[in-house]
Design a binder for this molecule. Structure first.
Ligand code: D41
Length: 681
């Protein structure tokens, strides 16, 4: 065996330690101190040292998280201590009853009882056994008595220490916790699967379960799994814990992540308060929780309370209403959008999902239907999270009746009867009727009148539907020919609001070129692109005459959008509409284009999370129009991070690096200031 030079050994040890520390800072402390790129550089250096000197390659090396040779099957593992299940509580009264039961049994006052409260992660329970600080076995819960040996897969998870930290390492410890996947990791995984034409997962839990059950651990290694510890099931050696929360503290010092949201509270009020507070935070978390777990904190009390059947008397799971339910897909209808896009909408057997009755869900497009393999009559999984439109995320194929039927794209528009067409390379089919189709006419008018377009006050969706149905309005210009006298006859409009509407229409005639371009509804020309076009060309005339090459020269305009714009201005009926609008008095000031200032030139910005009032692409385009570069990752050079709802690791990183963080409303305000400064030039 070759002698390893001392310096090499020391360097390897130091790298090993730095990488372990980085994982600890990232996963346990939620405070990364080095970037992913720096981590990778250290890891590669260690890998190359180990390649030169294979003796350095110990089983607990950070390089050993890459997966091992595929197994043929998982071995069975009998849990030394059974993994219990939990009783459930579904409301405050059941929580109160739990506290009372515990207090009665202990013959004490419920208000003095201390509870350790944790979020209930929606993943998979696993048990990890460490001997003398080394991970020797990891198993799934299975039926609670026997599970499967998934050690090789668990070893790939960076938040599971391969070697325990600190200087009070027990000869034996069994740690239990949940393996789960964050939304950000899940979305990225599904996006990759979609690109490769692979099967996508219905939710993060299924993705985590599927990953943990991979016989080839190199596949598991590529999945963004995480681990959060919640119990010490066995411990030999020094043990001075008196409470569950003492154990959780010990777990942290040993190198495990425990929930940052856990809290120790007193009595019924404390427990109920925790569950409510957590419920409010739930939407904003980057991972799924399905409730809270409430545990009597004192270990002495736990021993006294003991178990009933397979569940401890000293703990309970408080369950939030499920965000997913199964129901029957009764039918699929097709809705016609502004540019004629036919969107399949699922008609469901009404079902309660997270407290709301759901009877419709979006199916996005035919590709999605094909991907899900869903048929009319199927039992489907519906998901409703937050305020988003309910979605169908999966099919229960085992419950498919013999009588299902395929979902077919209609050959004729359900609204106007025109032929439908599906163009090469597009996922959506469209009605070819154009503005002849009342559905498209309505949607086009709604868009035209909307706040970011011509902003016509008082012209709501219902009113537009009515105006189109009565055929009073066929084109946007018709709006400006409406008279207060006739409007006042409409069932929904009193004389006063008819007058107000006419005044609002008059006021809306004075607009900006950017708004006007956005309002006329060119395919794929959003607010930001419209603003770029207005600035670039300066006049409608110049824009309408621009060649494809000239259009593609505009920042943010690619070949597809350029073609849409080009085609739009070459349709005689669109030209007529534009002339007609100018004829009824819609005007704007020509935009000064030379020497446009770029207040953000030289700056790099990052957008993360969900924005409510714009898409991330729009935000990006508007920043770019101001001269900024927009990047996907936060670094020391980032000028500012815009953090929408449910921002995750990028936000953490920005805080760590003390990069300025803007919420959406501040961002909008700043954009408006900069953009107006430009317009006033
Ligand atoms: O987050 C969880 N899913 C979670 C599950 C948690 N935070 N704590 C838990 N505590 C227990 C006891 C009280 C038995 C130590 C649990 C579970 N059990 C559990 N998970 C699946 C079955 C039981």
């Amino acid at each position: 065996m070759s002698q390893i030079p001392q310096a090499v050994r020391e360097r390897a040890d130091s790298l090993h330690q730095q990488l372990d520390d980085a994982n600890y800072q990232y996963y346990v402390e939620d405070e990364p101190r080095i970037t992913d790129a720096e981590y990778d550089t250290l890891l590669r250096e260690l890998q190359s040292l180990e390649a030169e000197h294979p003796e350095l390659k110990t089983p607990d090396s950070p390089t050993q998280r890459i997966g091992a040779a595929p197994a043929e099957r998982f071995e069975e593992v009998t849990h030394a201590v059974p993994m219990l299940s939990l009783d459930n509580a579904f409301d405050d009264a059941e929580l109160a009853a739990f506290v009372k039961r515990v207090a009665d049994k202990l013959e004490c006052d419920g208000d003095t009882l201390t509870f350790c409260c944790e979020p209930k992660l929606d993943g998979l329970a696993v048990a990890l056994v460490y001997e003398n600080g080394r991970l020797v076995q990891g198993a799934t819960r299975g039926d609670g008595r026997t599970g499967e040996d998934v050690t090789l897969n668990l070893r790939t998870i960076r938040s599971i220490p391969l070697k325990l930290r600190g200087d009070s390492i027990p000869p034996l410890i069994e740690v239990r916790g949940e393996v789960y996947m964050r939304h950000s990791g899940f979305e990225a995984l599904n996006a990759r699967a979609r690109e490769n034409g692979d099967k996508v997962f219905a939710n993060p839990r299924n993705a985590a379960a599927g990953s943990l059950r991979q016989l080839d651990s190199s596949i598991a290694a590529a999945r963004p799994l995480e681990f959060c510890a919640y119990q010490v099931a066995r411990l030999e050696g020094e043990d001075d814990a008196h409470s569950h929360s003492d154990y959780l503290k010990r777990l942290r010092t040993l190198g495990f992540r425990t929930s940052p949201l856990l809290d120790v509270v007193k009595g019924e009020r404390g427990v109920i308060g925790f569950c409510h507070r957590l419920g409010e935070q739930r939407e904003g978390l980057d991972y799924d929780i399905d409730g809270a777990v409430l545990k009597v904190d004192s270990l002495r009390d736990q021993r006294e309370l003991g178990f009933v059947s397979r569940a401890p008397r000293w703990a309970i799971a408080y369950k939030y209403p499920a965000q997913e339910q199964t129901t029957t897909l009764n039918d699929v209808v097709f809705q016609v959008g502004r540019v004629g896009t036919l969107t399949p909408v699922a008609k469901l057997e009404p079902v309660q999902v997270a407290g709301v009755t759901v009877a419709n869900a979006t199916l996005h497009n035919m590709d999605e239907i094909e991907r899900l393999g869903v048929r009319i009559g199927d039992t489907v999984i519906v998901r409703r999270a937050g305020d988003v439109i309910p979605q169908i995320v999966g099919v229960v194929e085992s419950q498919r009746p013999a009588t299902t039927r395929a979902i077919e794209m209609p050959e004729h528009c359900p609204v106007c009867g025109s032929q439908t067409e599906r163009l090469e390379g597009e996922v959506a089919a469209r009605c070819s009727g154009g503005l002849f189709c009342p559905a498209q006419r309505k949607e086009a008018l709604k868009h035209f009148a909307s706040r970011r377009a011509l902003d016509i006050d008082g012209l709501g969706e219902k009113l537009i539907d009515l105006l189109v149905e009565r055929e009073w309005v066929k084109t946007p210009a018709d709006l400006f020919r409406l008279e207060a006298k006739s409007l006042a006859e409409l069932p929904r409009l009193a004389e006063k609001s008819a007058n107000n509407l006419v005044n609002a229409l008059e006021a809306a005639k004075r607009t900006t070129l950017a708004r006007f371009i956005y309002a006329v509804g060119i395919r794929e020309v959003g607010e930001a692109t419209a603003a770029s076009l207005a600035h670039h060309f300066g006049s409608l005339q110049a824009l309408s005459e621009a060649s494809l090459e000239a259009l593609e020269a505009v920042e943010d305009v690619g070949p597809v959008v350029a073609r849409h714009i080009h085609t739009f201005f070459r349709q005689p009926h669109n030209q007529e509409t534009l002339e007609d609008l100018q004829g009824v008095g819609v005007t704007w000031e020509e935009v000064e284009i030379a020497g446009r200032p770029q207040p953000l030139a030289g700056q790099t910005w990052v957008l993360t999370g969900t924005l409510e009032n714009m898409t991330r692409d729009d935000g990006k385009a508007r920043l770019q129009a101001l001269g900024a570069k927009v990047s996907g990752s936060v670094s020391k050079k980032t000028a500012a991070l815009v953090a929408g709802e449910a921002a995750g690791s990028k936000l953490e990183k920005a805080r760590e690096l003390e990069v300025e963080v803007l919420d959406e409303s501040t961002f909008l305000q700043r954009l408006a200031e900069w953009e107006n400064a430009e317009e006033n030039q």
